[in-house]
Write a protein that binds this ligand. Structure first.
Ligand code: SAH
Ligand code: SF4
Ligand code: F3S
Length: 482
């Protein structure tokens, strides 16, 4: 196997959420692969699976698409503007392809599923379209394109979890890694395309998850984030014993739920931090909360998207909980894990939302005082339940004004949460130099706040440091190692 020398990653090509591929080790077939990812962590994690599958068939990777033989864009469909960005990027790739006609351009991920016909027939920008469950087929599909055909595989699977594939870590700092624990989603929130783009929910083999986390720890990684669209509905059954014990007759088949899985991963090593995303308010159990409280290395941070603070809107959204239920879950978190940071996702201007109903979202923010929030204007997605059933009737200016209001409110609460940490000592996992200066390190606190502090002798990235917080902004804690 040849060890490939890393190319430089060019800053100007880091567009928004795009992630560029670092060269990896592989049996060389003389061809270069470039991959760029958009959307959620799940997509970034999938790109690492794609890189692994193609490294096995000999693709070397590059961070410059102009000299790539295969250019992949791993796409997101969640809101209209996500799709617009991808289309613009594809036009840039088409420009490169016109200079290099042998270049294979492919669309992967969630847009592939939604727009396969459009990509292949109308736009002619794309040679290959591959959905999130068909990545094992990529080497064959590339061969088809080499043979002069266009190639498509957007079949969704009920079983595929890529459990046996050891992801190639892309753009990695060697400290934090994503670990996929499930795929798809069965929830059918009325605004959401994910059940259509990623298919049915399925949980990955718990033994393979623990093995991957153990392997990461042994390679020097110190933080794993377990990924799924609804991690609280994780459920897998099988034998937990190692292979020699599995031969024993009558070995017990165990059911592993999310709380059990969290515990299994926490036990890999006390120095391995465990995070997870996303929790669903309808499914997060007290058992999960007690497990978080029990283990120091399971981070005190929960992303619990509310979407709306109003029960009628939540019902239209098909979230299957109401305002009181959500508040009950928040209260349980505060009771069982008093130090827990909480973040959320919020949508403004969903179909028929009135000013009073919007005010319920605002008052939810006052109640929880979230540490952090991702906030969006409702964007109607073709094919979803909401698109079929309800008119997208809130004017753009109203959606925008409501969004501006909650963004301003969140800014206040983020600052408030940061201020509450002043004078406290945070345990920080050092991730590297801060963006602004090589004299400072950055890393995250247990509660997921970004912490900046001067480089101090004896401390390196990948180690933990106790940092006294002396100043804050609304997004960062600033201090020094004590
Ligand atoms: N599985 C996660 C969400 C994944 S999508 C969960 O259930 O919480 C990430 C976020 O995008 C959602 O939480 C929602 O706030 C937002 N989102 C999804 N569809 C949207 C749409 N059509 N318009 C605006 N925001 C949307
Ligand atoms: Fe979409 Fe709802 Fe599934 Fe989240 S839980 S991915 S919002 S359908
Ligand atoms: Fe986007 Fe697909 Fe994730 S639609 S948010 S990349 S699951």
């Amino acid at each position: 196997m040849d060890l490939l020398i890393p190319d430089k990653v060019h800053d100007e090509s880091r567009q928004g959420e795009a992630l560029l591929l670092e060269p990896v080790v592989g049996k060389n077939n003389g061809r270069k692969l470039y991959i760029e990812s958009y959307g959620c962590a799940m997509n970034f994690s999938d790109s690492e699976i794609v890189a692994s599958i193609l490294a096995d068939s000999g693709f070397e990777t590059t961070s410059d698409f102009n000299n790539a033989d295969v250019v992949f864009i791993n796409t997101c469909s969640i809101r209209e503007n996500a799709e617009v960005r991808v289309r613009n990027r594809l036009k840039e790739f088409a420009g490169a392809k016109s200079k290099n006609p042998g270049m294979v351009v492919g669309v992967l991920g969630c847009m592939a599923e939604r727009l396969k016909a459009k990509f292949l027939e109308e736009e002619k920008l794309v040679d290959v379209v591959v959905g999130p469950d068909a990545y094992r087929d990529l080497p064959n599909l590339i061969e088809q394109v080499d043979g002069g055909q266009r190639a498509v595989n957007v079949l969704l699977s009920r079983e595929e979890t890529y459990a046996d594939i050891s992801p190639v870590r892309l753009n990695s700092n060697g400290i934090n890694a994503f670990v996929s624990i499930m795929r798809g989603c069965d929830n059918m929130c009325s605004f959401c395309v994910v059940p259509f783009t990623r298919g049915r929910e399925r949980s990955r083999d718990a033994v393979s998850i623990v093995a991957e986390c153990t392997d990461l720890f042994n390679q020097g990684y110190r933080e794993v984030t377990l990924l799924g669209q609804n991690v609280d509905s994780y459920k897998w059954s099988g034998q937990l014993a190692d292979s020699s014990e599995q031969l024993a007759v009558g070995d017990e088949v165990k059911i592993v739920n999310f709380a059990n899985l969290l515990e299994m991963v926490a036990l890999v090593n006390p120095d391995l931090r465990v995070r997870f995303s996303t929790s669903h308010p309808k499914d997060i159990t007290d058992e999960v909360l007690y497990t978080i409280a029990k283990y120091d290395n399971i981070c005190n941070y929960i992303h619990l998207p509310v979407q709306s603070g109003n029960s009628r809107v939540l019902e239209l959204m098909n979230r299957t909980y109401d305002r009181d239920w959500y508040i009950n879950r928040i209260d349980a978190i505060r009771r069982i894990i008093p130090e827990c940071a909480i973040s959320t996702d919020m949508i403004t201007g969903f179909c028929t939302e009135t000013d009073e109903e919007h005010n319920d979202s605002v008052s939810m923010m006052d109640y929880v005082k979230y540490d952090f929030a991702y906030m969006f204007k409702y964007s109607e997605r073709p094919g979803t339940l909401a698109a079929k059933r309800y008119a997208d009737d809130i004017p753009e200016v109203v959606k925008q004004a409501r969004l501006a209001e909650i963004v301003a409110k969140q800014q206040q609460y983020s600052f408030y949460r940061m201020q509450a940490r002043l004078g406290r000592v945070e345990k920080v996992l050092i991730e590297g130099f801060s963006k602004k200066s090589n004299n400072d390190y950055c890393g995250r606190s247990d509660q997921n706040a970004m912490v900046i502090f001067p480089v101090t002798e004896g401390y390196k990235p990948g180690q933990y440091a106790n940092v006294l917080v002396e100043r804050t902004t609304s997004a960062t804690l600033i201090g020094r190692i004590v």
